[in-house]
Design a binder for this molecule. Structure first.
Ligand SMILES: [Zn+2]
Length: 171
């Protein structure tokens, strides 16, 4: 069973839409490269509402625990996701450009079929620190392998976070 959740965001706001659900990490394919394993789930709460200027937007809360790779020892790093954001719904590209000029506003284009899980996935990915690692002294040093006698450890194998960093730079 797919948990895809697609809405017309402007209708959602008009109807004071409100949805609270959880997403198994298995469903968030774009996140998989960044994860140590796929245990856990993301819990979201989305409401459609108007901001103080009577502009429609989506209020989003995202919580959960996910397992990342520590950048130092490459072992499991438990990461708590705790995000809250308000996304202004731009009716067209012009409104979107205007909103982008304002650093205090996050806006998305109000396409009639907005994939909410895709949106949540993106918010989680953007929130992840590109230098996630255990606190000082908490790495599992036993798992640290010397790289000089490991032929599989080619220097050109990019870490997933390097790919993410490149992605962020491209934007
Ligand atoms: Zn570590």
């Amino acid at each position: 069973m797919s948990v895809r959740f697609v809405i017309d965001p402007l209708e959602f706001v008009k109807n004071a839409g409100n949805r609270h659900d959880k997403i198994p990490l298995d469903e968030l394919a774009r996140l998989h490269d960044l994860l140590f394993d796929r245990e856990g789930e993301i819990i979201y709460h989305i409401t459609g509402r108007l901001d103080q200027n009577e502009k429609p937007g989506l209020h989003l809360r995202i919580n959960g625990k996910i397992h990342l790779n520590c950048q130092r020892c490459l072992d499991k790093l438990v990461h708590t996701v705790d995000l809250e954001t308000f996304l202004l719904l731009a009716k067209d590209e012009f409104e979107l450009d205007q909103a982008d000029d304002d650093d205090n506003v996050d806006a998305i284009l109000a396409t009639p079929e907005l994939d909410i899980l895709g949106l949540i996935e993106e918010e989680v990915i953007l929130s992840l620190s590109i230098s996630s690692r255990h606190a000082e002294g908490e790495c599992s040093t036993l798992k640290l392998k010397p790289t000089d006698n490991n032929p599989d450890d080619s220097p050109k194998s990019a870490h997933p976070f390097a790919a993410l960093a490149a992605l962020k730079k491209a934007n």
